[in-house]
Design a protein around this ligand. Structure first.
Ligand code: GLA
Length: 389
């Protein structure tokens, strides 16, 4: 395992190579997996993410010429440089849109401009929030260098605004909150409405369990995918039910008025039913972790979350469904797809002693179905964003 000191040294060296100077510091922000609470954040509900060990590092130095220079170890040859005044939604685009969006949000704090080198190992497009890791590492850097009065909640808003307004990905606050607020050994129980949160101990190793992440190799793009459609459907359902957000629907029975006999009514009912039952699942998982302290107990709730995303929210894929089914057949405690949907990764809660067998069964099933081989890693609840130097 690479240490923070090694990551920092390598980001410093990459900065020096890209910009011919020294950064003022290096910051790291992790990707995340959400244990439960998918598509609840923009409905003002509950989420329960953990931070991953994989991070994005940002090596940053302020400038004096009013320019913004962005370079990425993962995108060599795609260095971007422009006047601070020329930053505008979509310019620059691609990976550089995320750090540029954060700089644009905070441009008054860095009037002389900034040089940013990013380096990271959160896989992109896999539902593990590489984009939030990128924007949060830069947001934290600019806070420490130039805007010390900003709170962590402000940084969540800055990073989210960068993604929503600059990149054009209509996300909620799950990913940015997870990256900035998670702590090692815990899941973050967050109420996305009032932003209150609790660190819930999640000691998988003590229970003899691991959380396996299976990357199906199918990618998604929130900016162009069905994510925005689902958001709009949820908004329409809340409007029809005359509640501020689906968070305010007390139970599934209260969704009945949505089903007005039209095709649209039954679609809205399904979408809303996912959100209402998913909020309940978050509360249930938190209760199980608090009361029993045994993460094994949450397995069936995760699996129920998958069925809801597949059948009611309809954002799963054949690869994700195959992965979950194969994992359960092979004896996993629970499994579900994670993230925005339409591809990406699944998580599998499994006995440490069975992880190799479960991985083998999933891999074999993928081969039989003609899908490309899945990649697996373990999610260990890790620290949130931090300054490395
Ligand atoms: C993406 C978004 C989040 C959240 C999840 C689904 O990761 O960025 O805000 O909506 O999808 O839970």
């Amino acid at each position: 395992m690479t240490t923070d000191a090694e990551l920092e040294a390598s980001a410093r060296a990459a900065f020096a190579a890209a910009f011919d100077g020294e950064p003022e510091g290096v910051w790291a922000a992790p990707g995340r997996v959400n244990v439960i609470g998918e598509h609840t954040d923009y409905n003002e509900g509950f989420v329960l993410p953990v931070a991953l060990g994989q991070t994005t590092r940002a090596a940053v130095a302020r400038r004096t010429d009013g320019r913004v220079a962005l370079a990425s170890v993962q995108h060599p040859g795609q260095r971007v440089e422009l006047d601070l005044a020329d930053l505008s939604p979509g310019t620059p685009d691609g990976w550089a849109g995320y750090p540029a969006g954060v700089v644009a949000e905070l441009r008054e704090r860095v009037p002389g401009g900034v040089s940013v080198l990013v380096d990271g190992d959160v896989p992109a497009g896999m539902g593990l929030s590489s984009s939030a890791a990128l924007s949060c590492s830069v947001a934290l850097a600019l806070r420490d260098l130039a805007a010390p009065q900003l709170t962590t909640a402000d940084l969540v808003d800055v990073a989210r605004a960068a993604e929503n307004d600059f990149v054009g990905a209509p996300t909620g606050i799950l990913d940015q909150s997870a990256s900035l607020l998670c702590t090692a050994g815990h899941a973050l129980f967050l109420d996305t409405r009032d932003r209150s949160s609790e660190q819930v101990p999640l000691d998988l190793a003590a229970a003899g369990l691991v959380l396996l992440v299976v990357d199906t190799g199918t990618t998604h793009s929130h900016a162009t995918g069905g994510y925005g459609d689902r958001r709009r459907e949820c908004e329409r359902a809340a409007e029809r039910l005359d509640v501020p957000a689906l968070r305010d629907v007390p139970d599934v029975a209260a969704l009945a008025p949505l089903d007005d006999g039209t095709g649209e009514g039954s679609v809205l009912l399904r979408r809303a039913r996912h959100v209402v039952t998913e909020d309940a699942r978050v509360l249930e998982v938190v209760r199980l972790l608090r009361d029993t302290g045994d993460p094994r107990a949450v397995g069936p709730v995760l699996t129920a979350g998958h069925a809801s995303l597949r059948d009611d929210f309809q954002i799963s894929t054949v690869e994700l469904d195959t992965c979950v089914a194969a994992a359960l057949e092979a004896g996993a405690e629970g499994a579900r797809m994670v993230g925005g949907g339409f591809g990406g990764s699944a998580i599998v809660l499994v006995e440490d002693a069975s992880v190799d067998r479960v991985t083998e069964v999933i891999t074999r099933r993928f081969r039989e179905e003609g899908y490309s081989a899945p990649r697996t890693s373990l999610a260990v609840p890790s620290p949130g964003a931090r300054r490395l130097s």
